[in-house]
Design a protein around this ligand. Structure first.
Ligand code: MLT
Length: 215
């Protein structure tokens, strides 16, 4: 079996066009419920135009045939034990993938949508060293941590829909307040939209990413 087949997640890896020149930002793409490893690649290319590497796993949980990154009991009610287990599993996958594909694990930025954004937020809380930052589209507090982790130095961009029927704005704000308490550099943009991503999510994420990571 090839090394890449032993990583434990169905995934795609697309190396950076600059890989051999020491430019090694990697985007960890985390799709929403019912998505797969192909879903966010086009969006990633729109928000990061310099050609970063892309690692895009498929969530292992199936909910009525729809891939997710962790179990939920009902909409917005998470199975916290499974969420934590899956968060560690995903962080281990990321670390192992960095060795197989030879990218710099310290320059990885998660780009998550909905369920993928929620597990990215969980990874920031449970395995902060795994990520340099995150773009969180339509995220909420994944769980209440027992103690607030130190996320100083992490760059986090949140983008939320004012009329999102799945992620209530209060739960997005709770995540913002929690991330502020960690000392991270977090910003939140409200979109005049629902749960679906819009052009404005993409353009504001692009602006934020280029200002935060390519000085
Ligand atoms: C979740 O389950 O993570 C959220 O409810 C968003 C979603 O529907 O995926």
């Amino acid at each position: 079996m090839k090394e890449k087949d032993q990583l434990g997640f169905i995934h795609r890896f697309i190396p950076s066009v600059h890989h051999t020149q020491g430019r090694s930002m990697t985007l960890l793409l985390l799709h929403g419920t019912g998505g797969n490893e192909n879903d966010l690649i086009q969006i990633a290319r729109m928000i990061e135009t310099a050609g970063a590497s892309i690692l895009s796993p498929r969530g292992k949980i199936l909910e009525n045939g729809m891939p997710r990154f962790f179990r939920r009991l009902s909409e917005g009610v998470f199975d916290i034990e499974d969420l934590k287990f899956r968060t560690y599993e995903l962080a281990d996958f990321l670390q192992n993938a960095s060795k197989v594909y030879k990218f710099d694990p310290e320059q990885t930025i998660a780009v998550g949508y909905s369920n993928g954004a929620n597990i990215a937020a969980s990874m920031l809380l449970l395995r902060p060293e795994a990520l340099a930052g995150a773009v969180l589209f339509r995220a909420m507090v994944p769980f209440e941590p027992e103690s607030v982790p130190n996320l100083s130095g992490k760059q986090i961009f949140m983008s939320a829909g004012l009329h999102d029927p799945i992620i209530p704005s209060r739960r997005t704000k709770d995540l913002l307040y929690l991330l502020r308490k960690t000392g991270s550099n977090v910003s939140l943009k409200w979109q005049n939209s629902g749960h679906q991503l819009t052009q404005s999510d993409v353009s504001e994420a692009r602006e934020w990413l280029s200002a935060s990571f390519t000085a």
